[in-house]
Write a protein that binds this ligand. Structure first.
Ligand SMILES: Nc1ncnc2c1ncn2[C@@H]1O[C@H](COP(=O)(O)OP(=O)(O)OP(=O)(O)O)[C@@H](O)[C@H]1O
Ligand SMILES: [Mg+2]
Length: 274
């Protein structure tokens, strides 16, 4: 299959996804506060940040599940934050979303879960949908589970089904919300390998939210740290690790063990206090 990335150099150099001055509050809680971020084509960008810093909220703005209070979102040079629900549909066929909790329908079989986006977005026949489901499952190394219900699968298998559903429309961009959380190290490494393979085989651009720096290292071309509603730092993971910014350094150190400790984060903030 040809890579989904565009041929012209002009489009190749423009971001596939752009957040510009994004602001989002829920009541008194300001989550995003003028966030700017470009996601370049073909890259895997890892999004880091403490729990509650707005990582999932950011992803949801990329597919119109949330609307910003201010600022803009562009997908493939088209402004999308102001689209009506109906106009989001063609955009959503181009973006796969692996939700934080896999978000499968427990009442449906794996095959029906996978067929769901195909029924919504394509005019495929039943046989074509079944073939597409089989292909998507083989891409995530999970075959022969079509007739199973998600509740009968392990956590790692459910993530794979979620991933198969995210790629079934052959998207250009995949948003991964904590793809390895809750998995043992071996299964986490397996999911990371899949993320890399999808990028290599399908030319997919990815935005990966993770708490796991080992995983970030394996998949990320670059990393972004969300802090106080903005992008605090971006670049290669190593550059973030050796940052002079005490907040960035504090976050990276606190997360080396895989867990963000409040004490470490408070210490980082304390260093900033006058
Ligand atoms: N629909 C909503 N209504 C009200 N508050 C919300 C909504 N969605 C998110 N929030 C709040 O916004 C903040 C950021 O949430 P978000 O889910 O983006 O955090 P996160 O960075 O993904 O955290 P985690 O690492 O725990 O998944 C949280 O305080 C959350 O409670
Ligand atoms: Mg989240």
């Amino acid at each position: 299959m040809p890579p989904a990335s565009p041929a012209s150099t002009e489009t190749a150099q423009t971001p596939l996804l752009r957040f510009e001055g994004l602001c989002k509050s829920f009541g008194d809680l300001t989550v995003l506060d003028g966030l700017d971020l470009d996601i370049m084509r073909g890259d895997t960008t890892v999004v880091l940040g403490p729990s509650g810093s707005g990582k999932s909220v950011l992803l949801k703005h990329a597919v119109g599940l949330l609307t910003p209070d201010a600022g803009r979102v562009y997908f493939d040079n088209e402004r999308v934050d102001n689209l009506r629900e109906h106009d989001w549909w063609p955009i959503r066929t181009r973006i796969g979303f692996l939700f934080q909790m896999a978000a499968l329908f427990d009442s449906m079989t794996v095959r029906e879960n996978l067929a769901f986006p195909l029924r919504e977005h394509t005019s495929m026949s039943r046989r074509e949908r079944d073939d597409a489901a089989r292909l998507a499952l083989s891409r995530v190394d999970l075959e022969g589970v079509e007739d199973t219900h998600p509740a009968q699968l392990s956590g790692g298998q459910r993530k794979r089904v979620g991933l198969a559903r995210a790629i079934i429309l052959e998207p250009e961009l995949i948003l991964y919300d904590e793809p390895t959380t809750g998995l043992d190290p071996l299964r986490a490494a397996g999911i990371d390998a899949l993320i890399n393979r999808l990028k290599d085989d399908m030319g997919i651009t990815s935005l990966v939210v993770t708490h796991d720096l080992v995983s970030a290292e394996r998949v990320g071309d670059r990393a972004v740290l969300l802090w106080d509603g903005k992008v605090r730092a971006q670049g290669q993971l190593n550059a973030l690790r050796s940052s002079d910014d005490p907040v960035v350094k504090g976050f990276m150190t606190a997360n080396e063990g895989g867990v963000t400790t409040l004490r470490a984060l408070n210490a980082a903030e304390g260093e900033l206090a006058p």
